[in-house]
Design a protein. Structure first.
Length: 290
């Protein structure tokens, strides 16, 4: 009878020192693990070591093998290591926030439905009513209309955090959610909230960025996906992309092309997160490629 095996991903970072790769490989080998993919990076500035390892073990149906997790925990205590093991077959519970422009939301739901993104949408939050998004089939995904004003913003952010807790959301995606998160909320979602910014940062900030770009005669437009921090649009960058334009492109052309860039950049960043490819390194990210 053929034994089935189950795949997991281990990510870690710790102060750099010789022998870390060997120690990790030995723990996994002694635990019955077979390494199928491994990437590592030693950052000379922070002097920290980052690693992503995909391995499989005999499937006992109980999730992450306790004996491997215990051995990694012992090693982590010795090496001052931050680490995480995730089951590659498990979908990441995701809460998506959106405002009026819903092209990124539609794209994420499409990629989820065809099996391209291993997320489990646990809710849609919008500061606009449901009829603004009437063309979208949400299926059984709960929709929460939470209008935001200067007076109600603290209460609405508290409600969003309640939804995160109640749904067990592991990832929050700002899919063109045009509200600035407070410092408290940014801190509460640190490392698990991704924003898509309609600019190749650093770039044109504020209102009507594509019109600003057009007025300046730019030859490239782009988009940036980053982790949300208390510094507006300055969080650690996960993914970016650009597209060339010409003098013949007007503001509407820039907006149209910009929507396409935003969709693919946000989807790529979400994929990095769910596949445990993006690891925070201060104000930067280490992003291990496929």
């Amino acid at each position: 009878m053929t034994q089935t095996r189950r795949a997991f991903t281990l990510t870690l970072n710790c102060p750099n020192r010789p022998g870390i790769v060997a120690r990790i490989a030995r723990v996994l080998f002694e635990g019955g693990g077979n390494i199928t993919e491994a990437q590592q990076f030693g950052d000379p500035e922070s002097r920290r070591f980052f690693m992503r390892v995909v391995f499989d073990v005999q499937d006992d149906g109980d999730g992450v093998p306790a004996h491997i997790a215990d051995a990694i925990a012992d090693l982590a205590a010795e090496l001052a290591m931050d680490w995480k093991i995730s089951d590659n077959a498990r979908r990441v519970r995701t809460l998506i926030l959106v405002s009026r422009f819903d092209h990124c939301l539609v794209d994420l739901l499409y990629r989820w439905r065809i099996g391209e993104l291993a997320i489990e949408p646990v809710g849609i939050v919008s500061n606009h009513p449901r009829d603004v998004h009437e063309a979208i089939d949400f299926g059984d995904i709960p929709f929460h209309y939470l209008p935001v004003t200067a007076d109600t913003k603290p209460q609405q952010e508290a409600r969003i955090l309640d939804l995160v807790a109640q749904s067990g959301a592991e990832l929050v995606v700002l899919a063109r959610y045009m509200q600035v998160l407070s410092n408290d909320m940014s801190a509460a979602l640190s490392g698990r909230c991704i924003n898509i910014h309609h600019s190749f940062l650093p770039g044109f900030k504020g209102a009507r960025p594509y019109h600003q770009a057009y007025a300046r005669g730019v030859k490239l437009i782009g988009a940036t996906a980053h982790f949300v921090t208390s510094d507006l649009d300055e969080g650690p960058i996960i993914e970016q992309d650009v597209e060339r334009i010409s003098h013949a492109d007007g503001p509407d052309d820039l907006i149209r092309k910009g929507r396409d860039i935003e969709r693919r950049v946000l989807a790529a960043a979400v994929r990095c997160f769910i596949e445990q490819r993006a690891i925070l390194n201060g104000q930067r990210t280490i992003v291990f490629g496929p």
